[in-house]
Design a binder for this molecule. Structure first.
Ligand code: HEM
Ligand code: HEM
Length: 278
């Protein structure tokens, strides 16, 4: 889980500076080294820069594992994501310096193309994180979701009590709210962020349009029911919105991760091919 935006500024932009430093050093090496056969991936500079690029890529892959290992110590996760983002982006320039800006219809260029998809999906992902409210990214670890679900369970039981002894009409509304309210569901409905047939919305509507005349305690109980169900609807709206953001946050990963694996496969083939033929 990456925290609210701050990973971009982490340690006063340490990894942005490292990435820029790396690019400047690589560019200097590229300009200074002018081998007889022309600049290319098979010059010494080419081999050096290629090795650095490959090292960065395999290291970036490792983040996926590191991310799930909450027990590990070492650099805080924020620092890892910061490094991931800046070093990952630097690859767009580092690899052309490696290959002497040569590209063709071959496995080498395929590796680069796949890598570019990974990098641009990553940039898109960072863009999503930046757009999503800070409170949401901070709460991605489900703590507030659990609290909200718990609150709903409480409201449900308070509703049952409040509907006790009321006409059937009210008990039916409460049951609709309890039994026909769905959270989550298919990925597509998660992304939509609402449920048009939500039992709680219907219950609230039927309570508000009730034409049954009540008085005394019953009137008070009706008012309480409306208040409870209205509060429940509000919490549901918030949960659905959070789930929607969460879905959006993970959408780009559907591209990022498989292409990251494909990049590695093409890269290993690339390295294998050049050592086979050179
Ligand atoms: C250990 C790491 C690497 C080594 C040893 C290596 C080696 C080489 C060599 C020897 C060439 C020249 C091939 C030729 O002239 O036919 C080359 C070209 C190239 N490499 Fe790498 N490379 C490495 C990493 C990478 C990485 C990480 C990428 C991109 C993801 C990459 C993309 C390319 C591209 C696009 C070319 C130019 C292909 C062309 O001329 O059409 N290489 N590499
Ligand atoms: C070749 C370059 C890259 C590779 C191989 C790579 C690979 C990966 C992998 C394996 C994950 C773990 C995903 C998961 O299991 O959930 C990941 C996550 C991520 N990547 Fe990349 N990535 C690369 C470049 C980038 C770039 C350039 C950016 C942004 C500009 C980026 C942003 C992210 C973010 C924000 C995450 C999610 C971190 C989190 O959820 O805490 N990546 N990447």
């Amino acid at each position: 889980m990456i925290g609210p935006r701050t990973f971009l500024e982490h340690e006063n932009y340490r990894y942005l500076k490292i990435a820029i430093g790396l690019l400047i050093a690589s560019l200097a090496l590229y300009i200074l080294d002018d081998p007889p056969g022309g600049r290319s991936g098979s010059s010494w500079t080419g081999y050096g820069l290629g090795t650095i690029a490959a090292g960065i890529i395999f290291w970036l892959m490792w983040l996926g594992l590191r991310k799930r290992d909450y027990t590990s110590t070492g650099a805080p996760l924020k620092g890892w994501v910061s490094a991931h983002v800046y070093l990952g982006t630097s690859l767009i320039f580092l690899v052309p310096l490696h290959s002497g800006f040569e590209f063709g219809m071959n496995i080498h260029t395929l590796a680069y193309a796949l890598m570019c998809v990974v990098v641009f999906s990553g940039i898109l992902g960072v863009g999503f994180y930046a757009l999503v409210p800070i409170s949401m990214t901070r709460n991605r670890n489900n703590i507030t979701l659990d609290a909200m679900l718990e609150r709903i369970a409480e409201i449900d039981s308070e509703c049952r009590t409040a509907a006790d002894g009321m006409p059937d009409y009210y008990a039916q509304a409460v049951m609709a709210s309890i039994e026909q309210t769905r959270i989550g569901g298919a990925f597509r409905s998660q992304l939509s962020g609402n449920d048009p047939g939500c039992g709680t919305t219907r219950a609230l509507r039927s309570l508000r349009t009730s034409e049954i005349d009540l008085d005394g305690d019953a009137k008070e109980q009706e008012r309480k029911l409306v208040e409870l169900i209205a509060r429940k609807e509000l919490i549901l709206k918030q949960i659905r919105r959070d789930i929607r953001y969460k879905g959006l946050l993970d959408l780009w990963l559907i591209v990022h991760v498989p292409f990251a694996f494909a990049t590695c496969a093409a890269l290993i083939t690339h390295i294998f091919v050049v050592f086979w033929y050179h």
